[in-house]
Ligand binder design. Structure first.
Ligand code: GLN
Length: 464
């Protein structure tokens, strides 16, 4: 509930003024203007009434307030390719593309998704039955949870930590109860001293199975993983799948970063023997085409699962927006002639290597991401000066927020505190880390590299 409150009280990300300041001002004005004989007014549910900011808005605001280089939220700071922008512009010019889409999605996009997943899954996917289009992957996830969980029955959903912060409120809104199993770093190396691989973050299968009860209904699997960058191997997926099968769990495979792997193959768990029958795979046009604001995502799975997911979707948002669905369909159609996905993958790999190089040079270790576009940097070697001052709104969110705040204020580069992806008992596992997103322009990464040089000096000064 705590996390849910925090998330749902977000203000628009575009707000440039620190919200904490504007809130304080409006609170003062309300207090002084309020007549003492004021009548009682309707009150929102306490679940949603609290105004604690979600991590994305908070960090964007702190970052903007000092003009830091923003490597926090995972949005692209570069524009979409011209053919992608044109695809949306042309879609808007078609009169028929400005009215409601069918709840399942526009036929042109469904057709593209049908053929994409027929190729990727090596089975014939019927887009009129086995695919649904959503208002982003987030809404696809909420719809799947809504379709599979019953309110009032305490049904449980296993989330592997770090777990993308939207999973928890989505599960709760659908009436379920999140149960957390952390990935464990299993390496001979000390991650505070040495670079490790995202492969070293592993699910302890015994711990996973021990978390399953007779109320467990779903396990969420995110590969490639945000924020670790782990790409689950075929063998790991088979082991997870076998446990899911033994306990008859639905697997919700969040594969929004499926197109971004570096030197390894992305394997969809739905392609493993017996797994299609228990999996819904979720994907995102925002991630695939670098257009996170378009809010177009999808779910793919057996007809019975998708029709329930579609029923939930129809009652949540009815349909997702028409012109951008058409834009995505057109972008898919044009991708082969631009060799778009391979060109894009190489661009991200270069950005990843650039950012890893910056931290190699500085001497702070990190987790080499095999997929997605985040770098987890271990900053245990940094000692924050004793006289460095933190505002209360950071102190109350814990040690990891203090670390990230220090990066923003002192070095001028913002990240995301990965403790936000953990439940309270496990937050300490991430206290040393800062997540940096590398879906950013070369100029932005260059600027960050320059700002971060200050760490080097700081380490040199403090190490002696
Ligand atoms: N998926 C993106 C990230 O992890 C954006 C998250 C968000 O804004 N809710 O940065």
């Amino acid at each position: 509930m705590y996390q849910l409150r925090r998330l749902l009280s977000a203000s628009p990300v575009s707000t440039r003024l620190p919200l904490l300041r504007t809130t304080a001002i409006s609170a003062r004005m309300t207090t002084s203007a309020a007549p003492s004989t004021r009548k009682a007014t309707p009150k929102p549910s306490p679940v949603y009434a609290k105004t604690e900011l979600d991590v994305w808005t908070l960090m964007n605001q702190v970052s903007a307030s000092v003009g830091a280089v923003n490597l926090g939220q995972g949005y692209m700071s570069f524009p979409p390719k011209d053919f992608i922008k044109r695809a949306a512009q042309e879609a808007l010019n078609e009169n028929t593309h400005n009215q409601y889409a069918p709840p399942r999605g526009r036929p042109g996009l469904l057709e593209q998704l049908g053929s994409r997943f027929t190729d990727r899954f090596g089975r014939s996917i019927d887009p009129s039955k086995e695919v649904s289009v959503h208002a982003g992957a987030n809404e696809a996830l909420l719809s799947v949870f809504t379709a599979f969980l019953e309110h009032g029955k305490d049904q449980e959903v296993i989330l592997m930590e770090p777990a993308f912060d939207q999973y928890t409120p989505n599960v709760i809104m659908a009436g379920g109860k999140p149960v957390y199993v952390p990935l464990r770093v299993m390496s001979d190396k000390d991650p505070r001293e040495s670079v490790i691989s995202s492969d070293d973050w592993k699910l302890d299968l015994a711990e996973f199975e021990a978390a399953i009860t007779d109320k467990t209904r779903i396990v969420v699997l995110n590969t490639p993983h945000n924020p670790v960058g782990k790409v689950f191997s075929r063998e790991e997926l088979a082991q997870i799948g076998a446990i899911a099968e033994k306990h008859n769990l639905l697997i919700v495979a969040d594969e929004v970063y499926e197109h971004l792997t570096y030197g390894v193959e992305h394997v969809s768990i739905a392609t493993l023997p017996g797994m299609w029958e228990r999996t819904v795979t979720v994907g995102s046009a925002g991630k695939l085409f670098g257009v996170t604001g378009w809010r177009v995502g999808w779910a793919v799975g057996p007809e019975e699962f998708i029709s329930a997911t579609l029923s939930a979707h129809t009652r949540i948002v009815f349909t997702s927006n028409t012109p951008l669905q058409e834009g995505v369909a057109s972008a898919f159609r044009q991708s082969p002639e631009h060799d778009f996905f391979e060109v894009q993958r190489k661009e991200y790999e270069a950005r990843r290597n650039r950012l890893m190089g910056v931290f190699d040079d500085i001497g702070l270790p990190y987790v080499v991401p095999k997929g997605a576009y985040y770098l987890l940097v271990n900053a245990a070697k940094l000692k924050i000066p004793d006289d460095f001052e933190f505002p209360d709104f950071i102190i109350e969110r814990g040690e990891n927020f203090k670390l990230v705040y220090f990066f923003i204020k002192y070095f001028g580069v913002s990240g995301i505190p990965p403790t936000e992806f953990y439940s309270a008992p496990h937050k300490e596992l991430a206290n040393d880390y800062v997540r940096f997103a590398f879906c950013k322009t070369d100029e932005g990464l260059e600027e960050a590299a320059v700002c971060l040089q200050k760490i080097k000096k700081y380490l040199e000064e403090t190490s002696g």
